[in-house]
Design a binder for this molecule. Structure first.
Ligand SMILES: C[S@@+](CC[C@H](N)C(=O)[O-])C[C@H]1O[C@@H](n2cnc3c(N)ncnc32)[C@H](O)[C@@H]1O
Length: 317
C-alpha cells in the first residue's frame, strides 16, 4: 500500500494544532470561529448563481451581497502576508453573459486587497453553445492583503520550449538563455506544447473520464489548486476553502505538507470530501498528477470525413 500522506484525525471544528479540518455546514458559521490573521492562503470557487444543484438562483445583486459578507470574513481571517485565489466563471441570464470576475474585483478592492494576477484557466471541454462562442476559460483572481507575500516561482516552473537554447553573441555567448529550472507558467494556464518531446501539458477540467471525477458538478482539478498552493504558501501554512465541495483544495494542500481547512454545507459533498481525505491518508486516492502529459493522437485514429468548407479554406491559403 502507498505511504500515507498525512496522519491524524479530520476535525470538524477549528483547533490551532489540527492538520485538517472540514466543517459540515455553512461557511458563515465556520469562518466566525477562526481567529483574525490566521490563514496564509485561501483558494476557492464560490457558487456561481447559475442554478447548479447546490444553489438557489437569486438576483445578481443579492448574490453579490451574500458573497461580500463572506469576503469580509475571509479578509479578517487572512494573514497580512496572505493570498486569496478566487476562481470564477460566468453567470448567464437570458442569453447575456456576466463575467463574474468583474464585480468581484470591485468587492475585493473595497477591502483594500491588491490584485497580483488575473489568471485565465483555459480548458478544452464544456458545453457547445449555438448562439455565441462556446465558453472555454474561467478566471482566477489572485489578491494579496499587503506587499509582503509568498511567491515561490521555482516550485511551479514549467519546461521551456527550447531548454537548450543559448545566447549566440555578446558577453553571455554560449550560456543558456533561459532558466534551466524552466519558465514562468504565465497568467494563461493553457495547453503547453513541447515539440522537442512531443508532449502537451495542460490542466483539464474535471469531466466524465477524469480520474478525480465525483458527482460534484464544479469540481476543481487538484492540480489547479496545487499550482496555487506551491506558489503562494509554505509547508505548515494554513490553506482554507470556505466552499470546499468534495475537498479538492484540502487535498492539494495536504499533498504538499500544508495544513488544510474548509467548510461544506451539502452533506452529500461533505461525505465525499471526507472519503477522499481518508483515501489520501491511506494512499489510495485517485489523482491526476501535476504535469501529466495529455493523450497524443497517433494519426491512426478513425477520422470523420473532412467537410468541404474546410477543404476550400485550406486551399485558399
Ligand atoms: C463551485 S462548488 C466548489 C467545488 C470545489 N471547488 C470542489 O473542488 O469540489 C461550491 C460549493 O460550495 C458549497 N456551498 C455553497 N454555499 C455554501 C455555504 N454558504 N457554505 C458552505 N458551502 C457552501 C456548495 O455545496 C458547493 O459544493
Amino acid at each position: 500500500m502507498a505511504k500515507p500522506l498525512f496522519r491524524g484525525v479530520i476535525r470538524k471544528h477549528f483547533n490551532s494544532r489540527a492538520k485538517v479540518i472540514l466543517y459540515p455546514g455553512d461557511a458563515n458559521d465556520f469562518l466566525c470561529t477562526l481567529p483574525d490573521d490566521s490563514v496564509h492562503l485561501i483558494v476557492t470557487s464560490p457558487p456561481y448563481n447559475i442554478g447548479k444543484p447546490y444553489e438557489s438562483r437569486v438576483t445578481i445583486n443579492n448574490y453579490l451581497d451574500v458573497q461580500s459578507r463572506i469576503i469580509s470574513e475571509l479578509c479578517r481571517v487572512l494573514r497580512k502576508d496572505g493570498s486569496i485565489c478566487w476562481q470564477v466563471g460566468t453567470y448567464v441570464k437570458d442569453g447575456e453573459i456576466y463575467p463574474l470576475d468583474i464585480p468581484y474585483y470591485h468587492i475585493f478592492k473595497r477591502f483594500k486587497l491588491v490584485l497580483r494576477n488575473r489568471i485565465i484557466w483555459y480548458y478544452e471541454h464544456g458545453l457547445h453553445a449555438s448562439k455565441r462562442f462556446s465558453g472555454r476559460y474561467e478566471c482566477i483572481l489572485w489578491f494579496t492583503k499587503s506587499d509582503e507575500f509568498t511567491f515561490n516561482l521555482d516550485a511551479v516552473r514549467v519546461p521551456s520550449k527550447y531548454p537548450g537554447k543559448r545566447h549566440y553573441k555578446g558577453s553571455k555567448k554560449g550560456k543558456l538563455s533561459g532558466n534551466p529550472k524552466g519558465k514562468n507558467p504565465s497568467d494563461v494556464w493553457k495547453i503547453v506544447k513541447h515539440d522537442w518531446e512531443n508532449i502537451i501539458w495542460n490542466i483539464p477540467n474535471v469531466k466524465a473520464n477524469h480520474p478525480e471525477k465525483t458527482p460534484q458538478p464544479c469540481q476543481f482539478p487538484v492540480e489547479l489548486v496545487e499550482r496555487c498552493v506551491l506558489a503562494l504558501s509554505r509547508e505548515g501554512n494554513w490553506v482554507l476553502d470556505p466552499y470546499a465541495g468534495v475537498g479538492s483544495t484540502l487535498i492539494a494542500a495536504l499533498l504538499h505538507k500544508r495544513r488544510a481547512m474548509g467548510s461544506e454545507k451539502d452533506p452529500k459533498y461533505y461525505k465525499l470530501a471526507i472519503k477522499r481525505l481518508e483515501d489520501l491518508r491511506d494512499g489510495t486516492i485517485r489523482l491526476r498528477p501535476l504535469g501529466t502529459p495529455v493523450y497524443q493522437p497517433t494519426g491512426n485514429e478513425k477520422v470523420a470525413q473532412v467537410p468541404e468548407i474546410w477543404k476550400r479554406r485550406s486551399r485558399a491559403y
